[in-house]
Design a protein around this ligand. Structure first.
Ligand SMILES: C[S@@+](CC[C@H](N)C(=O)[O-])C[C@H]1O[C@@H](n2cnc3c(N)ncnc32)[C@H](O)[C@@H]1O
Length: 244
């Protein structure tokens, strides 16, 4: 896959692959999300925002914001007196987020900036909460990303991760696996016209830490009161930790 447009600070092979992939699929990303999740992604983002526990007036960061859907959901919560900053390292995704923001003038302030999740361009303790949706799986160093999110959140604020995860219901797990590994790549190819990304998707979930392991990783970097909520039997999960 060509990587001519990869910025200089996109370091390793996984980052380059992920960067090139999202640059390529940006235009149809939202459509694929809705179709493949049967619109559940919309409901899950709302739940993640509830678990971020933010209020009108708060400043919140959405890491790897993509086309901005989680940031927009946060902006409803913080209202016009608050601020949401979304960062991502793929300009094509940010352009779509900015275009959507321009059409949603009634919501709170949403600003979209270039930034790498592994080296967030913010000072310590700047935000009341930091969220990441469907993206922790894509970064090349999960612990470093969680550390960065923790660093920029004030003591008492929350770090929230919404991510595809490992189904826990026994029979359902097998049916879902069939859907995810066999059907999703086919739908992905039909709607995107390319093969790779929607094969990468199930493989990346397989490689990602399960619910318990991710909770443990959050505790290990010092987050407190770490808990998670399984969504539809663990197809996805929301993890939350509080900054000391
Ligand atoms: C599956 S999309 C999720 C977008 C959005 N958060 C959502 O809820 O739909 C993953 C996003 O993570 C971004 N991403 C992956 N690795 C990143 C990194 N190291 N720094 C910044 N953004 C990254 C990609 O560019 C992509 O926009």
């Amino acid at each position: 896959m060509g990587n001519e447009s990869v910025p200089h600070n996109v370091a390793d092979e996984k980052e380059q692959y992920v960067h090139a992939m999202f640059a390529r699929i940006a235009r149809r990303y939202d459509l694929l999300n809705r179709v493949l999740s049967f619109r559940q992604d919309v409901r899950w983002r709302k739940m993640a925002v509830e678990m971020a526990n933010v209020e009108p007036g708060d400043a919140v960061l959405d890491v790897a914001t993509g086309t901005g859907d989680l940031a927009f959901e946060l902006s409803r919560q913080v209202d016009s007196s608050g601020t949401v900053i979304g960062v991502d390292f793929v300009d094509e995704m940010l352009q779509i987020a900015r275009a959507k923001a321009a059409r949603r003038k009634t919501l709170g302030q949403c600003e979209f900036r270039y930034g790498n999740a592994l080296q967030l361009p913010f000072d310590d303790n700047m935000f009341q909460a930091a969220t990441i949706g469907f993206a922790l799986r894509n970064v090349s160093d999960v612990t470093q990303c969680l550390r960065e999110m923790t660093r920029v959140v004030r003591p008492g604020g929350r770090v929230v991760c919404l991510e595809l995860s490992k189904p826990v219901w026994p029979v359902f797990r097998h049916i879902y696996r069939l859907y995810f590994h066999r059907i999703v790549p086919l739908i992905g190819r039909a709607l995107q016209g390319v093969d790779g990304p929607y094969r990468y998707l199930p493989e990346s979930v397989d490689r990602f830490p399960d619910q318990e392991r991710l909770a443990q990783m959050m505790r290990e970097i010092g987050l407190q009161d770490v808990m998670y909520r399984n969504l539809i039997g663990g197809i996805a999960a929301i993890h939350v930790g509080t900054v000391r």
